[in-house]
Ligand binder design. Sequence first.
Ligand code: HXC
Length: 516
Amino acid sequence: MNAPENPNLAVLNDLRTQALQGGGEARIEVQHRKGKLTARERIDLLLDEGSFEEFDLLKTGRGSVLGGTTASLGDGVVTGHGTIDGREVFVFSQDFTVMGGSLGEAHSQKICKIMDMAVRVGCPIIGLNDSGGARIQEGVDALAAYGEIFHRNVRASGVVPQITCIMGPCAGGAVYSPSITDFIFMVRGSYMFVTGPNVVKTVIHQDISADELGGASVHSVRSGVAHFTAANDILCLREVRRLINYLPSNNKQKAPLLDLRDPPEREDPALDYLVPPSPNQTYDMTVLIHSILDGAEFMEVQASFARNIICGFGRLGGQTVGLVANQPAVLAGVLDNNASIKAARFVRFCDCFNIPLICLVDVPGFMPGPEQEHGGIIRHGAKLLYAFTEATVPRITVIVRKAYGGAYLVMNSKHIHGDIHYAWPTAEIAVMGPRGAVEVIYRKEILAAADPESLMKEKIEHYRRTFASPVLAAQRGYIDDVIFPRETRYRLIRGLQVLEGKTVDRMDRKHGNIPL
Ligand code: HXC
């Protein structure tokens, strides 16, 4: 005989079925036609199978100040927690099929609830954004709702990693929650802007499409707002999982160790020939990066923005490290405004989350010229200087070739209290490059010479012989050892091992005042 049906269970079942439908079949169909997944499909791909625990499935809004109702089960956002490779994360996923994923009071309360819990238990927060912005019908309540999220983004900053995926529209003040988070992924076809094409047209009479104004390409190459881009939702969510694997869950922990079965003592003889014989010849720093890291695995951050500096995560001896490296193949590896800002933020992230820093140096200096000076190279360069100097995580530098002037100091030098400093035999540590130096100190002599060009060459050669080697710096103890390029990986891993127990006295202050 069948057990009698329990009406309470039936009611719950109906409510759940209704909530899980989101905006209904037709709207889901539209979402799919746009090449987008639904909020729940995205969560399924992000998290380990079957690990999602949902909160507030049945929560609804109070309604609309315009009259009518905006009440809908779940209120246009799916929230909860689940695991990525066994480690807990909190997630919210905006449901564009419900009122365009617009954010009202209840929607925000759901997000705030999981943010609060994530901070309480020390787990990352991942936001999947796909929203028409503030829910117009809720008026100022919708704005207040954003404010509550911004407040929590700031409180959680440096406590748990915060990751945002932009998977649809993100416009107006709504952009500021993602922009406070640590990393932004943008899917092609999504966009972010403070004021959209219509407003641009009205105010400055310019025709521009949403994609040209704030698409994934613009934000990855020009503005630097996006740290990662992906062709579609599936690839994006896979990359988020990969990123999470490099990170600790909170600022009290270290990143999880992962043994990629790459022997620490593995040498790469090809590195002995990486730096070309002529100082004007270029080479690709990513060759060195891939060579030294475990399994040649590197996750580059902001790969298309300020390409003259490379930032990203890899592992050495199983331990996550943050790499900051000049790229001589782009603008000769010079430091400019964008490179300084990019690297400074990356360094600060690593410092927040106990990720040791490895700095690979080949820098001819700061970019000269009015464009950079007027763009604020003084304050932007200072950001990087400040970020490295204040970082208390283990900091190891390898000077590969050029290390000139202020840029040498900024790139985690001994003088700003980096921990261990190695130089390759090809290192050149000097106040400035040979030609510039000779033009300053021998100017009168060269002008008066019978053959100025040949005297210039002679002086440059002399300067190069004196400074184009790491020996002078080694004699002063400014570098700890001159190493064979082939052994770089092993030396870095040993360095990280000895710095494992590093402690630093902190100043008694509320916080420093980084030149923002
Ligand atoms: C309420 C909204 C909404 C919103 C979209 N919808 N945005 N409902 N508040 N902000 C609803 C639509 O009415 C529609 O409902 C459904 O969502 C899908 O929207 P469509 O317009 O049909 O979709 P699409 O053509 O894809 O266009 C998406 C869109 C557009 C570009 C996002 O909807 C749009 O421009 N929305 C308004 C965007 C906006 O101005 N937001 C405020 C930004 S200012 P039905 O029932 O018809 O399907 C802001 C300030 C934040 O956010 C401040 C923080 C401090």
